[in-house]
Design a protein around this ligand. Structure first.
Ligand SMILES: [Zn+2]
Length: 210
């Protein structure tokens, strides 16, 4: 129902009469050497990969999904994530069976935005892959402020100690998936908690690196 009342425009560039134009689709294509290994300021202790920079159509699509309820953009973002996962598998960076753990979002923020977008993207990305599951094993304690607009020190302080395990646990090696990796603070806390639970964290894969 929600889709019907949204104006028909590209979620990447605003072009009329299409939800996702060819130019934006091209921008999101995962090239043969991607995802790239990146070095966030705060080292999460595991390899961090990003499908591209947080800019242009990629940035607009992530924002439109998170802030403006553009659920139709889950499909192109999930397509890119799926290609990225295939690359990590073919490079031997990860192995199946594998569980994707979405990076935790502040629960209230996720609810307000129509469900956790990272979980939605990950779930669509691995649909049909029986050896790769998605388990929401982490949550962000309510104390954590939404990190939008915080600098790196404030962001790290905001996240420290506030990522907690949920009852549902993966039974395989784990890849943490996030929409945007900025300072690496969330990735580090997430990896730390999962390792403390005895899990092997193979790496982090983000749709965008800011
Ligand atoms: Zn476009």
């Amino acid at each position: 129902m929600l889709d019907l009342v949204l104006p028909l425009e590209c979620g990447g560039c605003g072009a009329p009469a299409t939800r996702w134009c060819d130019a934006c689709a091209t921008e999101l294509v995962v090239r043969p050497d991607e995802p790239h290994l990146i070095s966030p300021r705060i080292d999460p202790g595991v390899p961090v990969f990003a499908l591209g920079r947080y800019a242009g159509a990629r940035r607009q699509a992530i924002l439109a999904l998170k802030e403006h309820g553009r659920g139709d953009l889950v499909t192109p973002l999930a397509g890119a994530l799926a290609t990225g996962m295939h690359r990590l598998l073919s490079w031997g960076m990860v192995d199946t069976p594998l569980t994707i753990v979405p990076a935790p979002t502040r629960r209230l923020a996720a609810r307000r935005r129509g469900g956790d977008p990272v979980t939605r993207i990950a779930t669509v990305a691995v649909a049909g892959h029986p050896d790769i599951g998605v388990v929401q094993a982490l949550r962000m304690r309510a104390l954590a402020r939404d990190s939008v607009g915080l600098g790196s020190a404030a962001r790290e302080h905001n996240i420290a100690g506030r990522v907690v395990l949920r009852r549902q646990r993966p039974h395989t090696d784990v890849v943490i998936v996030d929409d945007i990796v900025t300072t690496g603070a969330t990735a580090r806390e997430s990896a730390r908690m999962l390792r403390a639970a005895g899990l092997r964290v193979a790496g982090v894969l983000a749709v965008a690196a800011a």
